[in-house]
Ligand binder design. Structure first.
Ligand code: ARG
Length: 587
């Protein structure tokens, strides 16, 4: 609403002979309980007017009403000047923009952004934490794309290291040649099974050593299994054929499994990075840092960076034996990503337990003088809990992603069948619908919350057709399609001039969609879209209950209400797609 801002600047100039700029005008959306659609905060102008906030508001309001045709009326609540914009303004905005095919899709802004997400380790299947990660990453990528960015979705797979050697070793020792096929198991689950077996056996050995009088620490270091796993990692690094071949086989199993989970989740990637390719890359950067004096060497030969002046501590970047640590690899990968794509922004979707890691990573890259480090951003998110308690990794009690997906489909099925909604569906259509509703419930529940916040996932609440849920919005969409299936929708919004409150509310909400996309993109926050779509669905339902479409007062009004219905269905479809959620034609 630049024209309101400009007119307010003029008003202050004229009324009080004082020059202000657009930045001085604080324009907000009018709060629901008040009349009007936009609100100017008048407190800051009282110094200029030397009058109270009410009187200042009154004078500016009168000026605007007299000089701006779109200003139909105004009211004042203390330091807030609430402005009612004329229906004609909203109607023309609606006709010119909302009804367009490409509404809400920004023109390319010429900027490239990489969104790295998922980035699993290949020693076990995906769990609930990964689910939040995947949904967030996919959604943020979709939102940035809608906001005009060219987006590269990247997945950095941690396919090497001691954790994979643990699964490999346990499989060698206890697997009897078992394969996903022979076990009838998804490959990632099979590999995860051996990771758990390793852990169990390892713990048993630790207990044995402790019984022999060793301390916990000694026992952990000297248990035969861990020594063997370390040996295996050394062999891997030396290119030992047998180890490499087992590693390839087991990783292939895992990738098969991941691919199935990704497909069910509806997420995808443009580029895969593998740590087996990138883990040596950081070593050049270590040399670069030593030459530039950013890093220093300790007596034992280990390499460090001192970040105490930045309020952090000293951080190891290369071990005394010359091997890399986690951050070494990430330094190298960051450079590689930039060399590959030259993007201006690069987002890392990673849980908040790695906040410190990314702080250090970005700081090091800045200190190394990498200009592109300005564009790095850690999209940090909180843990997901289930009502039964915190999910744990390692102990084998994690909430498995595949189990969760299946459970969601079943819950969706029960709820839908209890409501008798699918009696006339084919089995295939039923399966599709239950998947759509189950995933819609899961995705919406996880994405409607600010990423930073820890959240409690309640599967039953998430499928409630009446609640603040994905299925409620999906149902609203199906309801609109059902209305529209009974009539020819009008080609364009018909000629109405007078609007009713529920129509106006709905129409104004529709016009806000592009702003929501921009705001969600700036904040990297899908919750903005999720909550907006919910409000939109509610506004439509209110409109639907209060106004008759088929028995409208005139043909023009009927056409207009149909048009509002078409637009609402379209914005719901687009907005939900930004969350990775599909909406059904009927349900
Ligand atoms: N694979 C790591 C993990 O599972 C996450 C990697 C995140 N991305 C990165 N560039 N460090 O904890």
């Amino acid at each position: 609403m630049d024209f309101i801002i400009d007119a307010t600047v003029q008003a202050v100039n004229t009324l009080y002979q004082t020059a202000i700029t657009a930045q001085d005008v604080n324009l907000q959306q009018t709060r629901k309980e008040f009349e009007g659609q936009v609100t100017i905060v008048t407190f800051p102008f009282t110094k200029i007017s030397r009058k109270g906030p009410e009187q200042t508001g009154q004078e500016i309001g009168e000026y605007l009403k007299a000089n701006v045709t779109e200003v139909a009326d105004f009211n004042i609540i203390k330091g807030f000047l609430n402005i009612s914009i004329a229906d004609s303004y909203w109607l023309s905005l609606y006709r010119d923009q909302v009804t367009r095919e490409d509404f809400g899709v920004a023109r390319p802004n010429g900027k490239k952004v990489m969104v790295e997400y998922s980035s699993p380790n290949t020693n076990k299947p995906l769990h609930l934490g990964h689910v939040r990660n995947n949904l967030l990453g996919y959604s943020v990528a979709a939102i940035l794309q809608a906001a005009g960015y060219e987006v590269i979705k990247a997945n950095l797979v941690n396919d090497r290291g001691i954790h994979i050697c643990k699964s490999m070793l346990a499989w060698q020792m206890f697997g009897n040649g078992e394969t996903p096929q022979s076990a009838g198991m998804k490959g990632d689950h099979l590999v995860g099974k051996y990771y758990v077996i390793f852990d169990k056996e390892y713990k048993r050995q630790i207990d044995e050593l402790k019984a022999e009088g060793k301390t916990e620490e000694e026992a952990k270091k000297n248990a035969p299994l861990i020594l063997q796993a370390q040996q295996m990692l050394q062999k891997w690094e030396a290119g030992d054929e047998e180890v490499i071949s087992l590693w390839k086989t087991m990783n292939t199993w895992v990738y098969d499994g991941f691919a199935k989970t990704y497909k069910k989740l509806g997420v995808d990637f443009d580029k895969y990075y593998y740590e087996s390719d990138t883990y040596l890359l950081g070593k050049d950067i270590i040399e670069e840092g030593l030459t530039k004096g950013v890093f220093f060497k300790k007596e034992d030969g280990s390499v460090w960076i001192d970040l105490t002046e930045d309020g952090l501590d000293q951080k190891l970047v290369r071990r005394a034996d010359g091997t890399s640590v986690y951050i070494t690899q990430d330094l190298g990968t960051a450079q590689l990503k930039y060399d590959d794509y030259g993007m201006s922004e690069s987002i890392y979707v990673v849980g908040n337990e790695q906040d410190y890691h990314f702080k250090v990573l970005f700081l090091i890259l800045q200190k190394l003088g990498k200009e592109w480090a300005q564009g790095l951003y850690h999209l940090s998110y909180g843990m997901v809990d289930l009502p039964s308690g915190k999910m744990k990794s390692r102990e084998g009690t994690v909430v498995d992603a595949d189990d969760l997906i299946q459970q969601m489909e079943e819950t969706a099925k029960e709820t839908t069948e209890a409501l008798g909604k699918t009696v006339d569906y084919s089995d295939e259509d039923k399966a599709k619908l239950y998947h759509m509703i189950g995933m819609g419930a899961l995705k919406y529940f996880l994405l409607k919350v600010d990423p930073k916040k820890r959240l409690l996932f309640d599967p039953n609440e998430s499928v409630d057709f009446q609640g603040h849920t994905g299925p409620f919005i999906q149902y609203t969409h199906a309801r609109i399609r059902s209305v529209l299936s009974r009539v020819e929708a009008p080609a364009n919004a018909a000629d109405v001039t007078v609007l009713d409150a529920v129509e106006r509310d709905l129409m104004i909400q529709l016009t806000q969609y592009p702003d929501m996309v921009v705001s969600a993109a700036i904040d990297h926050n899908p919750a903005t879209i999720a909550n907006y779509i919910y409000e939109l669905a509610k506004a439509y339902n209110k409109f639907y209950h209060e106004k008759s479409i088929m028995q409208a007062e005139s043909d023009d009004i009927k056409a207009f209400r149909l048009s509002l219905s078409v637009s609402t269905a379209a914005v719901i479809t687009k907005g939900m797609a930004l969350l990775g959620i599909e909406v059904p034609e009927r349900m």
